[in-house]
Design a protein. Structure first.
Length: 355
């Protein structure tokens, strides 16, 4: 390989910025598919932190780089019309990989409608089901043979609140899980909320995951848009893996979202101390000494048991055995984790992260 091609495999030069791909782990654990490829970093307006980073200078640019230069899972949802989804996926993959077919991209599929509180009030209509499946098929065809890690349907526990105990939402998630499983290089993780959201009851998470087709995919993910500790998610996830095995579903792995849990707290703590504050816009840390506030957590990586992460020996063992990676799908640098970009939030969480 020439020097130019070797450098291109590690870096991408855009607008004068040399951007490194996140390194894969040298020796994949248990043939971890996320550890076998370098991770791409998307550089475009669909990542709202990117333009502010490119326009910044000095210390502000260095801080924003802690967000902009990390591989993150771009969200694809019902704000993208069915007719446009294939083009959007192609454009994202082309940008994030820099044209290198060995590079892995991260994606979040969030297309369910109705969802969240609406899913507790009504079931999807026949037309909505058909539209959802069309979207998924077009999404999958667009991903094709690219190397991709997909977080499937954040806020997963809402599938269990369907009227009359219906499995309608779960069946659509299972449809997607099966469809994505046909792709040669796509690794899918079904989102199952968080440890606290499941009441620390692994059977509740198992119910959600089995209904959602976890048997078709690599495993599941916790903590998307939540702030709970990485250790609590690992401990709970290991219990869920064991409970799935008891149901005859063996060998599942999981990932943990660490985008916003650098100073972790639970929903119970937050409700007791944040009267009137919106969950997705919880207060950011102002000083590194603060214990419970929003700041960046462990950077995206497959090196899940590094001493630097401060995990106990027991949690490190569980991480090595069960956790494929720490990923960033949550977006605490955005207002309400959706839009618009908030420079104040971004600088706060970049300045105060313990990592």
């Amino acid at each position: 390989m020439s020097q130019v091609r070797a450098l291109a495999a590690l870096c991408l030069l855009v607008g004068g910025v040399m951007l490194p791909f996140a390194p894969a782990q040298a020796t994949p654990r248990d043939e971890n598919p996320l550890a076998a490829h370098p991770w791409g970093v998307y550089q475009g307006n669909a990542e709202m932190a990117w333009a502010p980073y490119t326009l910044a200078t000095g210390k502000e640019k260095k801080l924003l780089g802690k967000i902009a230069l990390q591989p993150k899972a771009k969200w694809f949802g019902n704000w993208i019309p069915n007719n446009d989804i294939a083009d959007k996926v192609h454009a994202y993959i082309d940008n994030a990989t820099g044209g290198d077919p060995d590079v892995m991209v991260h994606m979040t599929l969030f297309r369910m409608n109705p969802w969240e509180q609406d899913a507790c009030a009504r079931l999807p209509t026949k037309a909505e089901k058909a539209s959802y499946k069309q979207y998924v098929r077009r999404f999958a065809r667009a991903v094709g043979d690219a190397h991709a890690a997909v977080v499937l349907q954040p806020d997963g526990p809402f599938a269990l609140c369907a009227p009359g105990g219906s499995k309608a939402h779960s069946k659509l998630i299972a449809y997607t899980a099966e469809r994505l499983s046909r792709l040669p290089h796509t690794t899918t993780y079904i989102e199952a909320g968080s440890a606290e959201w499941n009441g620390y009851d692994p059977q509740r998470a198992v119910k959600l995951l089995v209904r959602g087709g976890v048997e078709h995919v690599r495993g599941f993910t916790f903590n998307v848009t939540h702030y709970e500790s990485t250790s609590s998610q690992i401990e709970f996830g290991a219990q869920v893996v064991a409970a799935l095995a008891e149901r005859g579903i063996h060998g599942k792995h999981f990932v943990v979202d660490t985008a916003e849990n650098g100073r972790p707290f639970t929903g119970t703590w937050w409700r007791a101390h944040n009267d009137g504050e919106r969950w997705d816009n919880a207060a950011t840390c102002q000083k590194k000494e603060q214990k419970r506030c929003v700041t960046l957590g462990i950077p995206p990586t497959t090196r899940v048991a590094r001493e630097r992460w401060g995990l106990s020996d027991e949690v490190e063992k569980l991480a090595r055995k069960h956790v494929d990676a720490y990923l960033w799908a949550g977006r605490p640098w955005l207002h309400n984790q959706t839009a618009p970009f908030s420079l104040t939030r971004a600088l706060d969480i970049a300045r105060t992260t313990p990592y």
